[in-house]
Design a protein around this ligand. Structure first.
Ligand code: CP
Length: 314
């Protein structure tokens, strides 16, 4: 495996889940595997979980992880081919990525979408530039369109809580927010849930349809109560409109889950990638109650990253 940027196949997904669970039981099993190797973790945007869990994962494999907060510490990057750099940008991506490619064995990158340039975001343009010019294996720490390490951790968490069910009912529900939020987590969760063979229902207000390349095969249900009926796993996430790109069309707080929403899904577990805005996106009573799997998801980020780095190391 050279790139980990999206869901590839059910076989690879299951292999990574199984390997992650082996590492969870014995984190230092392969502590010499990455000795003498370096992973560069390049952040163009903020992070808590992704940054720390990837560092721990690398450390568990004996690798050195070097973090560069490019948004705060690096030179302002020029992304456009042929640009005359007489404005704010200082270094071209082709020079920066080439240098980073010579410093590291694996490059891990976080690059959020603009939410204003739909075409550039949809093609993961910035991410593609790093892949093109670094020449080394690349791991996504969240791109404009996907967050595969989060999705792998989510699938590990679902597998751990299946309680014997072979085909759980999984619901992805939109939750309210005051900011314009990327689609990456929702896209990726849908892509991985469908890819791993789950029965997926997606519920959101009208106008919040995700791109069909991520949701083909899912049931789209605009009535949240109907969608939640008999749910085994409910994944809460806000995203901005995709068709009316980056816009906030609804802030209706009736979409925020409380215990009341689980009348017809008594066993339903609740998931969220974090960070979460409490009592806006998701209520305290859910987050602090027994349904919540959010801390377990965050813990599993370590083993998801460890499995991926290990697979790339070979
Ligand atoms: N879930 C997640 O990616 O968290 P961070 O943004 O804190 O890394």
């Amino acid at each position: 495996m050279k790139y980990f940027t999206q869901f590839e196949s059910k076989e690879l997904g299951q292999e990574l889940i199984d390997l992650a669970l082996v590492y969870k039981a014995n984190p230092l099993l392969d502590q010499l595997k990455g000795q003498g190797k370096r992973v560069g973790c390049i952040f163009l945007n903020p992070s808590l979980r992704t940054r720390v869990s990837t560092q721990i994962a690398a450390q568990n494999l004996g690798m050195e992880a070097i973090v560069l907060n490019m948004d705060k510490e690096g030179w302002a990057l020029e992304m456009q081919e042929g640009a005359i750099m007489n404005k704010g940008t200082v270094e071209h991506i082709k020079d920066a990525a080439g240098v980073l490619g010579s410093y590291f064995d694996i490059l891990a990158i976080r690059a959020f979408p603009s939410l204003t340039n739909k075409e550039e975001d949809m093609t993961d343009f910035i991410f593609g530039q790093f892949i093109k010019y670094s020449g080394i294996p690349v791991v996504s720490l969240e791109s404009a369109t996907r967050h595969p390490l989060q999705s792998l951790a989510d699938q590990i968490t679902i597998q751990e809580h299946l309680s014997g069910k072979r085909k759980p009912k999984v619901v992805l529900t939109w939750g309210p927010h005051i900011k314009s939020i990327p689609h990456a987590v929702a896209n990726s969760f849908a892509e991985w849930s469908l890819g791993m063979g789950h029965d997926l229902t997606i519920t959101h207000p009208e106008g919040y349809e995700l791109h069909e390349s991520f949701t083909k095969g899912a049931t789209i249900e605009y009535d949240q109560a109907k969608a939640l009926q008999d749910a085994d796993f409910v994944y809460v996430k806000n995203w901005s409109a995709f068709i009316d790109y980056g816009k906030i069309l609804c802030t209706d707080d009736r979409w925020m889950l409380t215990e009341n929403h689980f009348r017809n899904a008594p066993e339903g577990k609740v998931m969220h990638c974090l960070p979460v805005r409490r009592n806006l996106e998701l209520s305290d009573e859910i987050l602090d109650g027994s349904r919540s799997l959010v801390q377990k998801q965050a813990e599993n980020r370590i083993y998801a990253a460890q499995a991926v780095l290990s697979k790339i190391l070979g």
